[in-house]
Design a binder for this molecule. Structure first.
Ligand code: UD1
Length: 419
């Protein structure tokens, strides 16, 4: 299994190119199942989850070409299997995004039910209740969700809880339904807007994406389209923290600062200097002494849960005390106990973590437990005195494109090795 060896203490300086957003690429790839024509996607990140989604689509019968790096041409003309097996779903929960498109186009879908994961229970009940509202019969058979329907019927659907992939799945299903679907209390993440843009290019009629009410007028058929995936806002935020935590100065290019306004505001509150020279780049200059500041994770446009672990790493070296409240996932503090091994002072109390700053971190052997937790351990390692070994970096490879190469190019001492 791959590991990272990091020798901390070097300020990072230079320029980093931000990759395409994994969480936008995955639903956009799934959307290709909605049509028999070719969907071409550009700016896909080179991350493991994208390869897994490609495999899933190919297993279903899609024909996929990669004419150039970061571009895929996906043709769903020959799809004849409507099933996503457990082997794939267990490695990537976003496989459930195949449900909506398969059900809408073929009237049939079987996708293994994802179990709990390292950060919480993560049910998909809202997706399933939504499909039922649209007229599908949904059952659980042998650990799989089996959904069947004649043509789906547009309806009003209210989400009890804001769900990103739930909104995406229903938006895709409703695009081919008969009549109008209105999604209320929908997620407002930039990835939802990106997917809606692709769907509209394919001939769908989606209005209001990015707001909490989305109206979708179903059409009989969707066609091919070409689309460029938005920049990854979580990768952007992660590298912004890398500058802040190492006393560095980084320019982040090909990003969209508007998509992470909450993170940038919070970093500014801690004393980090953020310049926004234009709409596609950022300069992040560390504070002489980072101040601690409380944060609460919320659905977009609030502070993203996917940045909570990285922010916690920064708070361990800040001045003062920070209370971090996680409201999205019930068990998303796995990184805290690993940070303790590096000398951090963190007390957990249910959904809150109290971080006492002012600690110089010291390198240690730590284990990654999930994607963003692993990013926070890498960040802590970059700031720590001495050597940090991060184990199980396959978690980080799921969502970050060559993170160690990008970090090395701006001065980090980090290498990948196998034991
Ligand atoms: C997506 C992101 C993930 C991010 C999360 C929250 C992708 C591929 N993944 O995950 O990186 O951390 O949004 O921003 O885009 N819930 C239910 N029932 C459901 C669905 C969700 O109770 O049917 C709950 C979840 O357990 C969680 C909350 O709602 O507590 C939000 O989850 P959701 O927004 O659905 O997260 P994902 O879409 O899985």
């Amino acid at each position: 299994m791959d590991k990272f060896r990091i020798i901390g203490g070097r300020p990072l300086e230079g320029r980093i190119q931000i990759s395409g957003a994994k969480n936008s690429a995955l639903p956009c790839m799934a959307a290709a199942l909605l049509t028999s024509e070719t969907v071409t996607l550009h700016n896909l990140p080179y991350a493991r989850d994208i390869i897994t989604m490609r495999r899933l689509l190919e297993d279903l019968g899609c024909h996929i070409l990669m004419p150039e790096l970061r571009t895929l041409k996906i043709s769903g003309a020959q799809v004849e299997v409507f099933e996503a097996p457990y082997e794939l779903v267990k490695t990537m929960r976003a496989s459930v995004l195949a449900l909506g498109p398969l059900l809408a186009r073929f009237g049939e879908a079987r996708v293994s039910l994802p179990g709990g994961c390292a950060i919480g229970q993560r049910p998909i009940d809202l997706h399933l209740a939504g499909f039922e509202k649209l007229g599908a019969a949904v059952e659980i058979e042998g650990g799989d969700v089996v959904a069947r329907s004649k043509r789906l019927q547009g309806r009003e659907i209210y989400f009890d809880k804001v769900s990103v992939t739930g909104t995406e799945n229903l938006m895709m299903a409703a695009a081919l339904a008969d009549g109008v679907t209105v999604l209320t209390n929908a997620a407002r993440e930039p990835e939802i807007v990106d997917l809606a843009e692709l769907l509209n290019k394919m001939g769908a009629r989606v209005e209001g994406a990015g707001r909490s009410t989305i109206r979708i007028e179903g059409v009989n058929k969707l066609g091919g389209a070409e689309h460029t995936i938005i920049p990854d806002r979580i990768e952007t935020g992660t590298f912004a923290v890398a500058a802040a935590i190492t006393g560095g100065d980084l320019e982040l290019v090909n990003c969209n600062p508007q998509h992470i306004a909450a993170v940038l505001d919070k970093l500014e509150e801690t004393g980090v200097r953020i310049d926004r020279p234009n709409a596609f780049s950022l300069r992040v200059v560390a504070a002489d002494q980072t101040r601690c500041s409380d944060v609460t994770t919320l659905p977009h446009p609030g502070f993203p849960t996917d940045m909570q672990a990285q922010y916690m790493a920064l708070m361990t070296v800040g001045d003062g005390v920070s209370v971090i409240t996680e409201t999205i996932f019930e068990n998303r503090f796995m990184h805290a106990s690993e940070l303790l091994r590096m000398g951090a002072r963190i007390r957990l109390n249910g959904r809150q973590a109290v971080v006492e700053g002012n600690k110089e971190l010291s390198g240690a052997r730590v284990q990654a437990s999930d994607l963003r937790a692993s990013a926070s351990l890498v960040l802590a390692g970059l700031a720590a005195r001495g050597e940090t070994i991060v184990d199980r970096v396959y978690h980080i490879d799921r969502g970050y494109e060559k993170i160690e190469e990008k970090l090395r190019a701006v001065g980090a001492n980090i290498e990948r090795f196998r034991e």
